[in-house]
Design a protein around this ligand. Structure first.
Ligand code: SF4
Ligand code: SF4
Length: 462
């Protein structure tokens, strides 16, 4: 399926994108238009962030610009430059669903989206826009405003329990790898299929959110799941691929109907003539929009690990964790390791940020050199999802660095300010287990929240 493309009529062949491509998927001679080798591409969108060759109304004139805009299905109201490397947009599908009276349209956004969205409206890099984002969804006409942060908490319940099971019973491969990042999962499936048993069987938060919105969410609201249209907003270009995988229909329908990026949400808001700055902050709908600080920090590298440790510690020891803040797993690009004392157990954990750094880790796992590790988090983008390929695009490298720093800082500040900071303490998480899922790793959880992996390219239905 088409996710990320290079427009050969605009590409100058500078090959700047090839320098950031973690999968060595961009091919062509210097000075010639480049092509993406789709067998290698993991759809991370880092080339989209990097490309500086564009067509604009100012430089190239209305006619040339309009031709490209139309070819890409971008609304007429968008006037920003259109770059050679770009992701395929799906905002028409969202507009169609919002205009369809037979559809109940549900929104959910990933943790990192709220750290980048405001930048599209002239705010300082990394400004938090949680409440304004919820208000914008309502103003756009979404029927329910839920949150992938809720499913991030749900992921911790399932993934934390899975880790404990693997560590304490010896069932399942160690080290266990996180499975939230679809570009990473794709990379492993295609290049190291023999290690796929090391991946957690948990679906990503996006796919868990979609599955519960169309089952438990439908039941709560007295809706038919076939009438629900789930729109997911992501900082990531690969998420549209993930939702299109053929197995992502545990609810009996497509669990997520369409994915748009942070940038495309901004286009939708501008296209609808909504004045983002004057929006009053609003709340997300409960229960599927209630979240904790642990869910929020999924957006930064080390966040999934820290959130899992906060819950894992208390599940294993039965005692309150002395400090929810675990600085040893936070940080920038590369492979970081830490020993975490959990009662009598010492958990050996690792965090990889930036897919280029994972190859050595995988080779070491293959060679048996990392058998003493229990859990490794892997994120494809440089400092996690806050630096995702679908986030607002910044041309200057210095701005990018500032944005990554500020978006990360915003993520952790929000965690500190939230009243609940551990996933298992989220009242809505307790409610969904009590009323619907029953137990982590139980039958319903396995059906809706867990998945299997393929050895090679995954099949998609779009
Ligand atoms: S989307 Fe990512 S993997 Fe694909 S070509 Fe671009 S940078 Fe490379
Ligand atoms: S896609 Fe953009 S960054 Fe890549 S070679 Fe072409 S012009 Fe350069």
């Amino acid at each position: 399926m088409r996710v990320v493309e290079i427009d050969k009529n605009i590409c100058t062949g500078c090959r700047e994108c090839a320098k950031v491509c973690p999968a060595y998927a961009i091919e062509g001679e210097q000075g010639e238009p480049q092509t993406i080798n789709t067998d290698k591409c993991v759809m991370c969108g880092q080339c989209v962030q990097k490309c500086k060759s564009y067509v604009s109304i100012v430089t190239h004139g209305y006619e040339a610009y309009d031709k490209v805009r139309k070819e890409r299905g971008i609304p007429e109201s968008v006037k920003e430059p259109l770059f050679a490397a770009h992701n395929v947009t799906h905002i028409d599908e969202v507009k169609k669903a919002l205009a369809d009276p037979t559809k109940v349209v549900m929104a959910s956004a990933a943790p990192a989206v709220r750290t980048g969205l405001a930048e599209e409206f002239g705010y300082k890099l990394g400004t938090l826009s949680n409440g304004k984002m919820a208000a914008a969804f309502r103003a756009l006409g979404f029927d329910y405003i839920y949150d992938v942060n809720f499913a991030a908490d749900l992921t911790i319940m399932e993934e934390g329990s899975e880790l404990i099971e693997r560590v304490t019973t010896g069932k399942g491969k160690l080290p266990m790898f996180t499975s939230c990042c679809p570009a990473w999962v794709t990379f492993l499936e295609r290049n190291y299929p023999e290690l796929s048993d090391h991946l957690s069987s948990c679906k990503s938060p996006q796919q868990m959110q979609g599955a519960v919105q169309k089952t438990y969410g439908a039941e709560l609201r007295g809706l038919k799941k076939k009438d629900i249209f789930n729109v997911s907003v992501m900082p990531c270009t690969c998420k549209e691929f993930e939702c299109s995988r053929e197995e992502m229909n545990a609810s009996g329908e497509r669990d997520i109907d369409v994915v748009i990026t942070t940038r495309e949400l901004a286009w939708l808001i501008k296209d609808a003539g909504i004045d983002f700055k004057s929006l009053k902050e609003e709340e997300f709908d409960k229960p599927l929009g209630e979240f904790t600080g642990a869910g929020e920090i999924f957006g930064a590298t080390g966040g999934v690990m820290e959130a899992a440790l906060r819950t894992g510690y208390e599940l294993i020891t039965g005692k309150e964790i002395p400090d929810v803040k675990i600085p040893s797993v936070r940080g920038g690009e590369g492979f970081r390791t830490a020993d975490i004392k959990v009662g009598d157990l010492t958990l050996k954990v690792g965090v990889v940020s930036g897919l280029k750094h994972v190859v050595q880790v995988l080779e070491d796992v293959k060679a048996g050199k990392l058998n003493h590790f229990h859990f490794i988090e892997v994120m494809t983008c440089p400092v996690g999802c806050v630096s995702g390929g679908g986030q607002p695009k910044l041309l200057m490298d210095t701005d990018k660095e500032t944005a990554y720093y500020n978006r990360t800082h915003t993520t952790y500040k929000m965690d500190e300010e939230l009243p609940i900071r551990k996933s298992h303490d989220n009242p809505s998480i307790k409610k969904i287990y009590k009323e619907f899922l029953k137990n982590p790793l139980g039958e319903k959880s396995h059906h809706l929240l867990h998945t299997h992996y393929v050895k090679g390219p995954a099949k998609t239905v779009k």
